[in-house]
Ligand binder design. Structure first.
Ligand code: B12
Ligand code: SF4
Length: 486
């Protein structure tokens, strides 16, 4: 039986948006392949050109109708459509509609964070056969087996599914997660055009020239930050692959594809110190020639000098530190994250000593944020020996504590906010503050964002004049090549 798994394309404001491999469908595909199914993976973002959509917007990949055509051309017996971000919902929905027209009799199962959060609405509006809630490997495998036996992916009796029974929505919340992650096969990267990703993957805190492949060594996180939605996907408990399995996976990727960088995409890579040390020591002792980085922020609270030293030795050249806020009340109470500014200082200076490049991630605009609390964050940011700055304006995504709090306080209308702002995936909106709080206006927040960038650059140039020279040279080279191209 043939199963085609696909993800929708995306809209961005960057025509050269780096593309990362879609690990979700790659894990699902590997599990189905091991179960004996014939699997095709189509990443909508990689399956078409970049098309201008006017006003600084670009569609990256195959438009929904074209994507549905590509899926139909594969002649699947079952389709699995992923919606891995709320911001891709609109394109996902259009693709599902086009699929129904092209493949009227073929069952469609959907999954990913957005269908998990909005199963009821998606069943009523978009009419998939089944919504799989959260971690999907074993559930999809069982649905595919049932479809192979009876022609339909009957979800009755399964955990983590939602469907329409006699026009009424039935939801069975997920209670079971894969306890031993090593029982899952490695993601089926071989079913994706790896070369194309290697050519287009740089840029997320890596040089544009880097070829990057992702590795996910663990799922979920014991933390409960108010802006985070990973628990809806992977449950309350952190689970990690064994160090041996991670080392085999990395060694295999290096041998087969020779990427210049591995990106650990974990939610909380550093939670189990002993396991991480084993991975680091293994990379060194097995002489795996690899450099790696952590595009998601690492938790300051988990790091110490011994661990950082082992990380450096094992190929870590840059870390993104999730510092979030210099205000203890915002950090510990509002966001709900452990840690202190002193710990951020210790870790940042230790990284500097060890020669690890560090980017600081900060978030501003949490409910209750004031000029004073943001000033404390800026002071901390300028004090640390950072090489790069990631300044983010807080966005309440559905399924997070922050979202519920913003609704309760009357800052946002839940339906309007999700449907008009987030589901459209408009890049303009995503980078803007979307609501006023009682203590901070949107305009003031934008001013602060600019102030962070301005002061950070000023400070960086003063501390490291070479960075300024390089920036000027890069600008001149860019201008020269543009002129030469005329
Ligand atoms: C890597 C990553 C990215 C990469 C994307 C890489 C890619 N090609 O997918 C980049 C940097 C581009 C990115 C961007 C953003 N991201 Co991001 N990202 C992640 C991260 C860290 C890992 C994703 C991943 O690979 N997961 C591992 C795989 C195995 O999980 P999965 O895809 O969810 O798939 C599983 C299940 O969902 C399910 N499933 C999925 N699809 C299907 C389909 C079927 C048929 C079935 C049955 C099951 C199923 O089964 C899979 C296996 O268990 C997640 C956090 C996380 N833990 O997932 C955040 C996360 C997905 N991102 C998030 C956010 C907010 C964003 C941004 C909106 C940030 C911003 N403000 O700009 C943008 C949106 C991008 C866009 N415009 O589309 C949120 C999502 C919230 C939401 N409601 O959308 C998450 C959950 C982070 C968080 N802490 O809350 N992101
Ligand atoms: S530490 Fe990271 S993964 Fe864990 S809850 Fe906070 S934001 Fe989410």
């Amino acid at each position: 039986m043939r199963v085609c798994l696909a993800t929708p394309p995306l809209i961005t404001d960057n025509p050269r948006e780096p593309l990362a491999m879609p690990l979700g469908i790659a894990y699902l595909g590997a599990t189905l392949e091991r179960g004996g199914f014939d699997v095709t993976l189509i990443d909508g973002a990689m399956a078409g050109p970049v098309t201008g959509q006017g006003a600084n917007r670009y569609l990256i990949g195959a438009a929904p109708d074209r994507l549905a055509g590509l899926i139909a051309a594969d002649r699947p017996d079952l389709v699995g459509l992923s919606c891995p971000f709320t911001t891709r919902y609109r394109l996902f929905s259009q693709c599902l509609k086009a699929l129904r027209e092209r493949l009227p009799g073929v069952p469609v199962v959907v999954g990913g964070i957005h269908p998990t959060l909005f199963a009821r609405r998606i069943l009523e509006q978009d009419h998939p056969d089944v919504v799989v809630l959260g971690e999907g490997e074993l559930t999809l495998l069982e649905l595919a087996r049932r479809a192979a036996e009876n022609g339909t992916p009957d979800p009755e009796g399964l955990d983590g599914v939602a469907w329409l029974r006699n026009d009424r929505v039935v939801v069975r919340e997920r209670t079971n997660y894969v306890e031993d992650l090593d029982t899952l096969p490695e993601p089926a990267l071989h079913l994706l055009p790896v070369d194309k990703y290697l050519a287009r993957s740089g840029g997320r805190w890596a040089s544009q020239l880097r070829s990057v492949l992702p590795v996910l060594t663990s799922r979920s996180c014991p933390g409960r930050c108010s802006f985070c939605s990973v628990h809806a996907l992977f449950g309350p408990k952190w689970r990690g692959h064994s160090a041996e399995r991670v080392l085999d996976e990395i060694a295999g990727l290096v041998r087969r594809y020779n990427p210049s960088l591995i990106a650990f995409e974990d939610d909380r890579l550093t939670w189990d110190r002993e396991r991480l040390l084993k991975i680091m020591d293994g990379i060194t002792s097995r002489r795996i020639k690899v450099r790696w980085h952590t595009p998601n922020g690492v938790h300051i609270d988990d790091l110490d000098e011994g661990l950082l030293r082992a990380m450096r030795k094992a190929g870590c050249r840059s870390l993104n530190l999730a510092i979030e806020s210099g205000d203890p009340d915002i950090l510990n109470r509002v966001i709900g994250k452990k840690g202190t500014s002193d710990q951020a200082r210790e870790v940042a200076f230790a990284c500097r000593e060890l020669g690890i490049r560090i980017n600081g991630y900060f978030i501003i605009g949490m409910p209750g944020e004031t000029d004073e609390s943001i000033q404390r964050t800026l002071d901390l940011c300028l004090e640390l020996p950072l090489d790069g700055l990631g300044i983010f304006i807080a966005t309440p995504f559905p399924g997070t504590r922050m979202f519920d709090e913003c609704v309760q306080r009357g800052y946002i209308d839940p339906d309007r906010f999700s449907q008009e702002f987030l589901e459209a995936g408009d890049p303009e909106l995503l980078h803007r503050p979307l609501f006023d709080t009682g203590t901070m206006s949107r305009q003031r927040l934008l001013w602060w964002e600019r102030e962070f960038k301005r002061q950070f650059i000023k400070r960086l140039y003063r501390r490291r004049p070479a960075v300024r020279v390089k920036a000027v040279l890069r600008r001149c080279l860019g201008l020269a090549s543009r002129l030469a191209g005329r």
